[in-house]
Design a protein around this ligand. Structure first.
Ligand code: PXP
Length: 255
């Protein structure tokens, strides 16, 4: 559409977090009085120009439910990116619903949100099995990894089309100038290395309306997957305005 345009994938998990806070025991219901409905959120995001919707159905079902993912598949026009742990159950679910991409992430029950990249260098066989199962299913794979050279090298060997570099350390350390500069340089170097291998680079975790200004300066970023800050802002200004404002900040001057 535009040169150098960075795509926005809106992660709607935390819309479901709010719903589950009240309606956890009503998981067979959806929409109607069981609010807020993540599908409604996704449709508003789509109307505001989001380029994709991201969800992470977790083993403990704490936010997005499998039924939500099925309803999304049937209703949205933009691609669905499903984050998932490397488990047999999730592979079977992904084969069933065929999202456009899956993003393999680490998953432990006690973390509040994804806290580190998937250590693909430390568990190559297990991850490769899932990558191959997804490729056989016609689903593109992204690996959510820390911006470390050995993780990139390993991703290249697995022949994935995408990596999503974990921007959490950058985001958490953003208020310290030395940390910010250091972490940004790591993400930039990892991006360049991945691009040399022909891997398309996405970014995600902890990106907000302020720190996005640093990340957008890295050449060739394909997509940013952003959740918490958009859901939080949507409470104040509405979903469409929250999404439009993020797209503008990711791509200043383009529209
Ligand atoms: N990308 C991945 C792989 C994630 O697991 C998450 C959620 O932790 C996000 C992006 C979105 O992060 P945030 O909600 O901090 O924007």
């Amino acid at each position: 559409m535009y040169n150098n345009y960075i795509r926005l994938g809106v992660n709607i998990d935390h819309c479901a977090t709010v719903r589950q806070a009240r309606y956890r025991n009503y998981e067979r219901l959806s929409g109607g009085i069981v609010e807020p409905d993540p599908l409604f959120f996704a449709l508003l995001a789509e109307r505001a120009g989001a380029d994709g919707i991201t969800v992470h159905p977790r083993a403990d079902g704490r936010h997005i439910q499998r039924g939500d993912v099925e309803r999304l598949c049937a209703a949205i026009q933009i691609p669905l990116n499903m984050e998932m742990g490397c488990t047999r159950e999730m592979v079977a679910f992904a084969v069933d619903i065929k999202p456009r991409t899956v993003c393999l992430v680490p998953e432990t029950r006690d973390e509040v949100t994804t806290e580190g990249g998937l250590d693909i260098a430390g568990q190559t066989g297990r991850v490769l099995d899932v990558v191959e199962a997804m490729h056989a299913n016609g689903t593109d794979v992204s690996l959510f990894i820390d911006p470390e050279p050995e993780q990139i090298e390993c991703a290249a060997k697995m022949k994935v089309r995408f990596v999503e570099l974990h921007t959490g350390s950058f985001a958490n350390g953003w208020h310290s100038e030395s940390t910010r500069v250091h972490e940004l340089a790591k993400i930039r170097a990892a991006t360049e290395l991945a691009q040399q291998y022909g891997i398309t680079v996405n970014l995600g975790h902890g990106i907000n309306y302020t720190n996005v200004a640093d990340l957008r300066s890295i050449p060739g970023i394909h997509e940013m997957n952003i959740g918490h800050t958009i859901v939080a802002r949507a409470l104040m200004v509405g979903v469409e305005e929250a999404v439009k404002e993020m797209r503008r900040r990711m791509n200043p001057g383009l529209f």
